[in-house]
Design a protein around this ligand. Sequence first.
Ligand code: ASP
Ligand code: MG
Length: 425
Amino acid sequence: MGIVVQKYGGSSVADAAGVKRVAQRIIATKKAGHDVVVVVSAMGDTTDELIDLANEVTPLPPARELDMLLTAGERISMAVLAMAIQSLGFDARSFTGSQAGVITDAEHGRAKIIDVTPGRIVEALGEGAIAIVAGFQGVSQTTKDITTLGRGGSDTTAVALAVALKADVCEIYSDVDGIFTADPRIEPRARKVPRISYEETLEMAAQGAKILHLRCVEYARRYDMPIHVRSSFSDKEGTWVVKAEDVTEGDTMEAAIITGVAHDRSQAKITVVGVPDKVGEAAAIFRAVAEAQTNIDMIVQNVSAAATGRTDISFTLPRAEGQAAMAALSKLEGEVGYERLQYDDSVGKVSVVGAGMSTAPGITATFFAALADAGVNIEMISTSEIRVSVVVAESQVEAAVNAAHAAYNLGSDEIEAVVYGGTGR
Ligand code: ASP
Ligand code: MG
């Protein structure tokens, strides 16, 4: 039998008991005859705590040192997990990202993997050992410094290793039983999706569903590596993320046009009020925002009022980037001549995603009608081939998710979703 890569998230290894439980699971896979490579995240909320610590020391931690600090979280879990496995009589060896051959660019805090040379992992497997790799980290090819891949990056480590090792599957273990039609934390009737395409998973992840790291799905799609998303707290079959052709009819519900509802509470909205309706104004605004390294999402420009010749431009962005974008825009006041800036960080985004939507009329109408019935006001709208998203008040996110979920009959009759762990931090 071939190689299985398993990734365990922070909530699965939150404490010693969790580490021991995970060790048992890994050994069971080894006993079933597989070569096992494990990628592990930092225990519980360790990464957040390390970030808090750095911020107590200095308001702007230097990127190189912050990466050095954060990678310590994964090094703790890899070492204790290797110890736990050894104490049960099996050979296990831990490796940092660098030792495992995860080579990245030099962008601290958001490094991209450019190569994986897992010589030491292959060697360990050849000697019958279980290899444990610290997730979310690598080493820069140019600077030789230690880098991190961005929050949640252990998923990407796992898929990259699975691809480099030609593994049969990459299993991603978390505290829920798979990918659900909505976040079970706010939609109790959410149903587990047995199979889902890479494309739909990408849309769900990009729209805030906290299921998988976005880049891990892109990576898996590029190399066609099947991902099995499942819980480390149960033995249930989870969700298979596979190529679209492999999502067969039987796997999807009768109304398979919509696969799920995603939501995102990490957004903010900036409105530039009273922008003179002239050529080049939008370009100036978005150039400034881009220079502040802001990732903008939805944009709406109102029709200008004939009387004033002015218009409002609104866009959404990650809340964490709000201050920088506002500062950049303030500097433009003279150049653009807008009237004022508005910042609203109590917005949320709700999206319906489904591959079948591109050929089914009326999807958007159903969504908007459901929101209207639930008394949810739509502030902004955007669409892709397989997605419709709306921005609403943050206080209405839950109602919007529940309304959309019901409107597309996504709910199961029984409560299927169990959230086993995690502090949700
Ligand atoms: N420990 C890192 C984080 O919390 C990486 C990961 O969990 O994948 O973001
Ligand atoms: Mg984590």
